[in-house]
Ligand binder design. Structure first.
Ligand SMILES: [Zn+2]
Length: 272
């Protein structure tokens, strides 16, 4: 299994990171994608991934909820980091590894529309990086699917692909996202929640070859761990529920979702 989205650099893991990593490996996790959300976390993410090369893979970006008036300056610095670690290692011997993706980026109008215009511009700017650097996108989107789709459509033919992370929408929303052929849906703990309609939606509208696993740890812990701190080992519960949802063996889900990751994030396979 690959946990494509895990905030392993967070404070929540600072006391027992080694144990968390060990439990993840024990549970069968082969790689973890670690997204940046702001300037500071882009640094902690890189530092963490340098400690676990071939297992933890960095993504760099400015999260929509972290967009403030200084977003242009912040993006300049993040882009410099992304650029210098996305060039080939031969050309840049100091870079230990490549950045896996631009993320997490997107739009979030759930809590506030205060920075709506800035969010839209910052997102589009980072979508352009994805095209320019040919790095996939890790997209966070809440209460803003129309706006997000409108922006992505402008770059549809040139985007290398990516993940619509933490997908929780309905059938129509799923179909709208799947029109982006090189993109997949990131499925995590919500799938296991008792009242979730997600199992039916996935079965109806989303083939297994368009899904990747994620935890979004420390958030969104799946049942039976709901309410606790989430961690990458718990991705096994998401896998279990997906197998149940599609009526296939767990091995099938892990093989297909891992192949999906390999397609979108080729640098994970080249390294792990
Ligand atoms: Zn996240």
């Amino acid at each position: 299994m690959i946990d494509t989205h895990c905030h392993l650099d967070g404070e929540e893991f600072k006391d027992d990171l080694e144990a968390v990593i060990a439990r993840a490996k024990e549970a069968g996790v082969k790689a973890i994608g670690v997204p940046g959300i702001d300037l500071k976390s882009c640094e902690t993410v890189m530092a963490l991934c340098e400690k676990y090369p071939g297992f933890c893979f960095p993504m760099l970006g400015l999260h929509p909820e972290e967009v403030r008036n200084d977003w242009r300056e912040v993006l300049q610095i993040i882009k410099f980091k992304a650029q210098s670690s996305s060039t080939s290692e031969a050309a840049k011997p100091s870079a230990k590894f490549k950045v896996l993706a631009i993320g997490e980026v997107g739009l979030d109008f759930y809590w506030s529309r205060e920075f709506e215009e800035a969010q839209l511009q910052a997102f589009e700017e980072q979508v352009r990086w994805s095209v320019e650097l040919q790095l996939p996108l890790m997209i966070h989107c809440r209460k803003a699917q129309n706006e997000m789709v409108n922006i992505l459509k402008r770059y549809k033919d040139d985007l290398p692909g990516g993940v619509f992370h933490c997908f929780t929408g309905n059938t129509i929303e799923a179909q709208e996202l799947l029109q982006f052929e090189r993109f997949v849906l990131g499925i995590g703990g919500v799938l296991t929640f008792k009242k979730s309609k997600l199992p039916e939606t996935l079965k109806e509208a989303v083939p297994l070859d368009r899904i990747v696993l994620e935890t979004d740890a420390p958030y969104m812990a799946p049942v039976p761990m709901r309410g606790q701190r989430n961690e990458p080992a718990f991705v096994a519960y998401v896998l279990q529920k997906l197998a149940e949802t599609y009526g296939v063996e767990e091995e099938t889900v892990s093989a297909v979702t891992t192949a999906n990751v390999a397609r979108i994030f080729p640098s994970i396979v080249n390294k792990s």
